[in-house]
Design a binder for this molecule. Sequence first.
Ligand SMILES: CCCNc1ncnc2c1ncn2[C@@H]1O[C@H](/C=C/CNC(=O)c2cc(-c3ccc(F)cc3)cc(O)c2O)[C@@H](O)[C@H]1O
Ligand SMILES: [Mg+2]
Length: 214
Amino acid sequence: TRSTRPQRLLNAVRKHATRGDPQSVISAIDHFCRHSEWAMNIGDEKGSILDSVVSELNPEKVLELGTYCGYSTVRIARLLPPGARLITLEFNADYAAIARQVIALAGLEDRVQLVEGASEDWIPRMKEHFGIETFDFVFLDHWKDRYLPDTKLMEDCGLLRKGTVLLADNVICPGVPDYLQYVRNSLSYKSCYFKSHLEYTKAEDGLEKSVFLG
Ligand SMILES: CCCNc1ncnc2c1ncn2[C@@H]1O[C@H](/C=C/CNC(=O)c2cc(-c3ccc(F)cc3)cc(O)c2O)[C@@H](O)[C@H]1O
Ligand SMILES: [Mg+2]
């Protein structure tokens, strides 16, 4: 049967990246998406904004919603100190299998826990299953209509603390209107927009950074 785009993306990483070198994995994926086949990774332009938010925050406990091929997982994990932990949730088994290999090629398995399953099933189990009290940083990049319900679920599960940072991809394209309205109008968040472009294109997109005020 024909290969899938994530399989072709993994092949490009295997061919062009250096094992244990996260930057070469990132560059190989960006090159593949720019010159071979577009894929919905955050990309290099928005990725640089993600890098700056993570570097400034220096988080110990990170949650990512929607692993896909593991591109943003590698971008985030490469900036974390070895003691830090990144839990990434992916409910598509095929994507999870690809992402595990991408994360391993980057040499970041020690910092990353990829959990195969749906966010709404796993967010309520973070404490008892992973011993996580609260997250320092959450990256939202899964189905766009799930950003808001999952944010409310994280609040209800007590996983956000004063100062937890939420960073949401695609707030313009494809767009997350209900989520944006919520974080921009809620007294529990201080929110700001980072204008950028949709990965590998000239279309406008951006990231919304929202600090939970408790
Ligand atoms: C039960 C559903 C909610 N819970 C979930 N729990 C765990 N993983 C979940 C997930 N939802 C989705 N996922 C996974 O996240 C990923 C989904 C990402 C959705 N992203 C987009 O649709 C997207 C789409 C675009 C896009 C933009 C313009 C365009 F013309 C076409 C596409 C750009 C992006 O940057 C995007 O992030 C997949 O790997 C999916 O299996
Ligand atoms: Mg995205």
